[in-house]
Design a protein. Structure first.
Length: 381
């Protein structure tokens, strides 16, 4: 295999080096190899069309417009961002629907043995719910990806009604990630000149009021210190939020967002980059800046050992792993879904299962049904 430098710039600062015992600082300063990941090469696709390393298996847990097994709930169209929540001995996978005007959120409840015991809606009649973020207080923030879209705080357990959070800004939301250490929430914006935002609640963790800020820095800056400035009008009544602060740094199509141990990773699809924001030092850097093997960067999640899992929108429909020791490699590939995108990667609370969706399935059109998958296997760390 040709060796290339995929990880271009280290995460800055000592706090960023602590991520589940893995030294990100030293790893991201080193060269990365385009080769097999820690789980080995992908085997031929299984009966579900998923190519996985040896020892891993897949199943389909939801098909759009079909009842989730053992329930009366029709799984929604265009499954997108998702997250898992512990529920007694089992867990819940909650998932957005990126459908205009109907949108909303659905959920699948699993028993301790992985069997499906229920499925239901937690949000209805919102607009193009793309991604979002999980909170430490066990709610799911569902984000609308439309002009002047909003953030809805939803209850994955289905007991409480969803609540809109206008203080978090009205813009073309993509994803968000909670930083409990600084009691803030980071947000991405999916437009070619989108902002990277930070929301600070007035009273943590009440999201009904607070201050929305946008990251400030030179347009071509890829590393070094940055600052934040308050967005004067988060409601964007007259001007878009990204246009209200002079000198705000544009990002080319903000996508996934994931926080762990002092670092917020976020992706920009327009230039195929994975960024890192070092919260302790208020600095940015590039984690990934290349054409392959990871192409069409989108949703991102991680594990406690420091592995990042980045899903592709397009490309060859893979979820790639970026390891702390500098390897970028495919972890799985979905065959026959060329017109779709991979969405909603999230691990079960015990880390043994990975959930994700193919938003438009094998048809690839905007009205074609999606599929939601579960992968089980010997995940490390």
């Amino acid at each position: 295999m040709e060796r290339r430098n995929f990880l271009k710039v280290s995460v800055v600062g000592a706090t960023a080096a602590a991520f589940g015992g893995a030294s990100w600082l030293s790893a991201f300063s080193a060269s990365a190899a385009d080769g097999d990941g820690p789980y080995g090469p992908l085997l031929p696709a299984d009966a579900n069309g998923v190519a996985l390393p040896e020892g891993f298996t897949s199943r389909i847990v939801g098909r759009s417009l079909e009842k989730v097994a053992g329930t009366d709930y029709l799984w929604h169209m265009a499954p997108d961002g998702g997250a898992c929540f512990a529920d007694g001995d089992g867990w819940i996978y909650t998932c957005n629907s990126e459908v205009p005007l109907l949108g909303g959120v659905g959920a699948i409840k699993f028993a301790a043995d992985g069997s499906i015991v229920d499925a239901y809606r937690t949000l209805d009649k919102t607009d193009v719910n793309c991604s979002g973020g999980r909170t430490p207080w066990n709610t799911w923030l569902s984000c609308e990806e439309v002009d002047k879209g909003e953030v809805y705080e939803t209850d994955p357990f289905g007991a409480n009604p969803a609540v809109v959070r206008p203080a978090m800004g009205r813009f073309k939301h993509e994803a968000c990630a909670v930083d409990p250490d600084r009691q803030v929430i980071y947000l991405t914006e999916d437009v070619p000149d989108g902002g990277f935002y930070r929301f600070t609640p007035t009273t943590w963790p009440d999201l009904s009021a607070g201050t929305l800020e946008i990251l400030v820095g030179p347009e071509d800056q890829t590393s070094g210190a940055v600052t934040w400035a308050t967005v004067p009008d988060p409601s964007a009544e007259d001007d878009d939020t990204r246009d209200q602060v002079e000198g705000s740094k544009p990002f080319d199509g903000g996508e996934g967002c994931y926080y762990a141990a002092g670092t917020c990773w976020f992706t920009t699809k327009g230039d195929n980059r994975v960024w890192a924001y070092d919260a302790a030092n208020s600095a940015i850097s590039l984690t990934y800046d290349a054409d392959g093997p990871l192409s069409g960067v989108d949703a991102v999640t991680g594990r406690s050992n420091g592995d990042l899992f980045v899903a592709e929108d397009g490309g060859n429909m893979e979820i790639c792993i970026i390891t702390p020791d500098g390897v970028v490699a495919p972890f799985l590939r979905v065959d026959g879904h060329d017109g779709s995108e991979i969405t909603g990667p999230a691990f079960s609370p015990d880390g043994t299962r990975l959930y994700f969706s193919s938003q438009r399935g094998t048809g690839g059109g905007t009205t074609d049904p999606g599929m939601t998958f579960e992968v089980t296997g010997p995940f490390r760390g």
